[in-house]
Design a protein. Structure first.
Lengths: 115, 113
């Protein structure tokens, strides 16, 4: 069974500092993709970054990077130089090749950026 | 570019009333389409998905149903709403490739009273 775990219900970070949001996953499928989404208070889900299970390098997209540790089954999101607009809910998600229409989401982490 | 429209943005309905939420995608053809529900302060739960016109897969048993009458139109319905149907409903689309992310609409906040 696929499972995504986000153990940090809430995180605080000072503006301009970096923050790491944790995500662990569990699957027996060797082929899978990991996704991170941002959900501001307005509710829309914004895709941030993707990491494939066979990708050799950690994914990066601007200030977002993914610390992918396959053996530990973790896919932590790192946000560098935090901005006030980064305050939002962040969701980790996974989809396997075997169930490629079933993207599973974690419970989310609420990030608050302090000025 | 592709856009996804979902309406209404908010809805307050009494228990036992019917429901129809609509979602349309522009700028692409034959997308995979999805309905998710998000309970307050929680992650997303997949309700239905569709890989083509008339093809609907249900992930959880409930009193909701979905239909795809046209290639880029996805409708979520109920004949009689329950209090437990309250939540935030999100429509999403993606291309068929394995690494294709979901792209979400702005959501519908449904309150059943």
């Amino acid at each position: 069974a696929q499972k995504i775990t986000q153990t940090q219900p809430g995180m605080f970070v000072q503006e301009k500092e970096a923050v790491t949001l944790d995500c662990t996953y569990d699957t027996s499928d060797p082929s899978y993709g990991l996704f991170w989404y941002k959900q501001p208070s307005s509710g829309e889900m914004i895709f941030l970054i993707y990491q494939g299970s066979y990708d050799q390098q950690n994914a990066t997209e601007g200030r977002y990077s993914l610390n992918f540790q396959k053996a530990r089954k973790s896919a932590n999101l790192v946000i560098s130089a935090s901005q006030l607009g980064d305050s939002a809910m962040y969701f980790c998600a996974m989809r396997t090749l075997r169930n490629n229409n079933d993207m599973r989401f974690g419970a989310g982490t609420r990030l608050t950026v302090k000025p | 570019s592709q856009t996804i429209h979902q309406w209404p943005a908010t809805l307050v309905q009494p228990v036992g009333s019917p429901l129809s939420l609509e979602c349309t995608v522009e700028g692409t053809s034959n997308p995979n389409l999805y309905w998710y529900r998000q309970a307050a302060g929680r992650g997303l739960q997949l309700l239905f998905y569709s890989v083509g016109i008339g093809q609907i897969s249900s992930e959880v048993p409930q009193n909701l149903s979905a239909s795809r009458p046209q290639d880029r139109q996805f409708i979520l319905s109920s004949k009689k709403l329950l209090l437990s149907d309250s939540g935030f409903y999100l429509c999403a689309w993606r291309w068929g490739q394995n690494n294709s992310p979901l792209h979400f609409g702005n959501g519908t906040r449904l309150t059943v009273t």
